[in-house]
Design a protein around this ligand. Sequence first.
Ligand SMILES: *[C@@H]1O[C@H](CO)[C@@H](O)[C@H](O)[C@H]1NC(C)=O
Ligand SMILES: *[C@@H]1O[C@H](CO)[C@@H](O)[C@H](O)[C@H]1NC(C)=O
Ligand SMILES: *[C@@H]1O[C@H](CO)[C@@H](O)[C@H](O)[C@H]1NC(C)=O
Length: 326
Amino acid sequence: MVIPRSRSVSERSVLPVVSPTVNFPVMKSVFFSRFFILLPWVLIVIIMIDVDTKRTSRTPAVARAGRTQHQRTARPGAPAGVNRSFIYAITPTYTRPVQKAELTRLTNAFRQVPSFHWIVVEDSTTRTEMVARFLARSGVPYTHLNVFTPRRFKRTGMPRATEQRNAALAWLRQHRTRRDAGVVFFADDDNTYSLELFEEMRGTKAVSVWPVGFVGGRAYERPIVTGGKVVGWYTGWRPDRPFATDMAGFAVNLQVILGNPRAQFKRRGSQPGMQESDFLKQITNVSDLEPKASNCTRVLVWHTRTEKPHMGNEPKFRKDTVVIEV
Ligand SMILES: *[C@@H]1O[C@H](CO)[C@@H](O)[C@H](O)[C@H]1NC(C)=O
Ligand SMILES: *[C@@H]1O[C@H](CO)[C@@H](O)[C@H](O)[C@H]1NC(C)=O
Ligand SMILES: *[C@@H]1O[C@H](CO)[C@@H](O)[C@H](O)[C@H]1NC(C)=O
């Protein structure tokens, strides 16, 4: 049915060329028929362009986040048109008195990092109201996930946040492709981050490393670099670890994560403090590591850990007259 109709339309459209004695009303009808033929195509092109720009700006699921990302491209120091790779920061978190304060400190840094996407994974059976509200108002593009750690794994001496980090890796493998330029970083919520760290890690080709303050039983732990290559580790704790680094001491190119679909954090057979080594062993070699932060001579991240607040005077019964989120 469509074919004969379109043929008749094209016949009509050649009419003015065939007949030199065209009068004005005919021209007009030709103009309108062309106009209505072209109109749907123009609309399709407009829609395609719109979809394409949305895809290249990589709008996260949350509309609010998409808007902040948009504003960020206009920041001074981030000239429009620069296609920098994204930083995907993975933050496992769990409910505790200092949680909101910790997340606030992170947000104050992350909000200022261009092309940034925050993957927050709660150790919880649901995404909590508090964290959902916090993220929605954070001004940081984000994805909010949750996975509950089974009770039997919640003992001292057991590696922590394994399930949460793996959930974030699974999300990346599902929602990002070979065409996405990015760097993946494990940003625990008890650290303090310098903004410089993010520009250091952004150029990571495979796996990059740098020093971390207040870990390994020393003021800092760092990769030892000779001739631009990592040759060992300066640490005060278990120097026999193949990668004697902290979770906050390395970043991985997104394509390495996608290209090693089975690489993940292990619970089985993993000793505490060996999570980083067990993970990095699956994707790289010490000699291939890319030293950042001036050949690993600058500390740009610190394991500050907020002190557990003293709350011995919290009233048991006569509580405050209003309910306040802390
Ligand atoms: C920007 O895009 C161009 C063309 O796709 C690519 O060659 C270049 O490496 C990209 N730059 C960065 C920093 O990703
Ligand atoms: C790191 O060390 C290498 C080899 O000594 C040198 O070529 C390079 O410039 C250094 N990089 C920085 C950022 O200092
Ligand atoms: C590590 O190095 C060994 C020997 O040089 C090589 O066979 C292996 O492929 C490397 N592994 C990775 C993940 O680069």
